[in-house]
Design a protein around this ligand. Structure first.
Ligand code: F6P
Length: 364
């Protein structure tokens, strides 16, 4: 039995398939293997600041390993270091509530926190670690843009969803001799677009890491047309931008760690293609379908491994670290390294070369 008596857990940032599988694995390992109590905070760090929580036991995590979402709730707009305390008329009032969060953990007699999140959430976790809070991070995000891990859980499910959407768009594109555009998520990284595009047989993939030239896209579509391929499939990452352009911002969320929400580039590219080629073009924005629903088996297994490893890391005192997949093994890495910068697609990497070899254009 461990000297650790009680740990907290929270899910932060945008939700993603596999969160429940991590919560389940953490709870089963902590309670069942080590006799440690688990307290789940509601809606991420908001629950920690507002002392909103629920105890987790075998019963509360039973049957959730294959489900989407998070039983704890989450938010990608609450930062304890810049916390919205009131909205007087039009003027929002922010305060640093981090000490309140630390105090809450002490009052509840919790030995530390397992934080499941992407770069925003894990950045906050790192700051709490610097304040003396024992913290272990678990890498979550459909965007796959976290450093120091081969893959984040949720990413492969999002790729699966986007790939299935491309299969469906393919048949209707061919029937109607159209250009079909699929805009996918991913923020400033093109991982989802790249993987789904290769898997779904895209002709053009546009990602933030490779700025595009409209003429090159048109060239590719015309080439296909001349060779009796009267339809084309284009996957566009929401962060893609033209060589002389900028990312399309859809909205701002001021309280969020990253206040920018991207979106809209698919429509812009679609309008331009139609105007320049005369070929009917349709745009589908896949949006939050990529975040919802059940995790695929790969993510269920990865989430279980991350959850178990997070408890083990806690027990062995590896505070301030994040569990990570490296090859076939789960290891730990310092949180500081993981959140230093985001992981973007290497523009000259092997997977880009593979895509180019099979005829995919990146619009460059
Ligand atoms: O980070 C996950 C993600 O889904 C991004 O791919 C996307 O840009 C963003 O979150 C959308 O955020 P929201 O749920 O606030 O619209």
């Amino acid at each position: 039995m461990s000297v650790i008596k009680r740990i907290g857990i929270l899910t932060g940032g945008g939700d993603c398939p596999g969160l429940n599988a991590v919560i389940r694995a953490v709870t089963k390992t902590a309670v069942g293997v080590h006799g440690i109590e688990v307290i789940g905070f509601i809606d991420g760090f908001k629950g920690l600041v507002e002392k909103h929580y629920r105890p987790l036991d075998f019963k509360s995590v039973s049957g959730i390993g294959h489900t989407g979402g998070t039983i704890l709730g989450t938010t990608n707009r609450d930062n304890p270091f810049h916390f919205l305390v009131s909205q007087e008329g039009e003027e929002p009032v922010y305060q640093d509530e981090s000490q309140r969060a630390v105090n809450n953990l002490k009052e509840l007699d919790i030995d530390g926190l397992i934080v499941i999140g992407g770069d925003g959430t894990l950045n906050i976790a790192q700051r709490f670690h610097e304040m003396g809070m024992p913290v272990i991070g678990v890498p979550k995000t459909i965007d796959n843009d976290l450093m120091c891990t081969d893959v984040t859980f949720g990413f492969n499910t999002a790729v699966d969803t986007a790939s299935e959407a491309l299969d469906r768009l393919h048949t209707t594109a061919e029937s109607h001799h159209r250009v079909m555009i699929l805009e996918v998520m991913g923020r400033y990284a093109g991982w989802i677009a790249l993987h789904a595009g290769i898997s779904g047989g895209a002709d053009v993939i546009l990602i933030p890491e490779i700025p595009y030239l409209m003429d090159k896209i048109i060239e590719k579509i015309r080439f296909r047309y001349q060779h009796n391929k009267k339809f084309s499939i284009i996957v566009i990452a929401e962060g893609a931008a033209a060589i002389d352009g900028e990312m399309e911002v859809q909205r701002m969320v001021p309280t969020s760690h990253d206040p920018i929400r991207l979106g809209g580039i698919g429509r812009i590219v679609g309008q331009e293609i139609e105007a320049k080629t005369g070929i009917e073009t349709r745009v589908t924005v896949l949006g939050h379908l990529q975040r919802g629903g059940q995790p695929i088996p790969y993510d269920r297994i990865l989430s279980a491994r991350y959850g178990v490893a997070a408890v083990e890391a806690f027990i062995t005192g590896k505070y301030g670290s994040m569990v990570s997949l490296q090859g076939t093994e789960i290891k730990t890495v310092p949180l500081t390294e993981a959140v230093k910068e985001i992981k973007r697609v290497p523009a000259d990497g092997e997977i880009i070369k593979t895509a180019r070899s099979i005829g995919i254009s990146f619009g460059d």
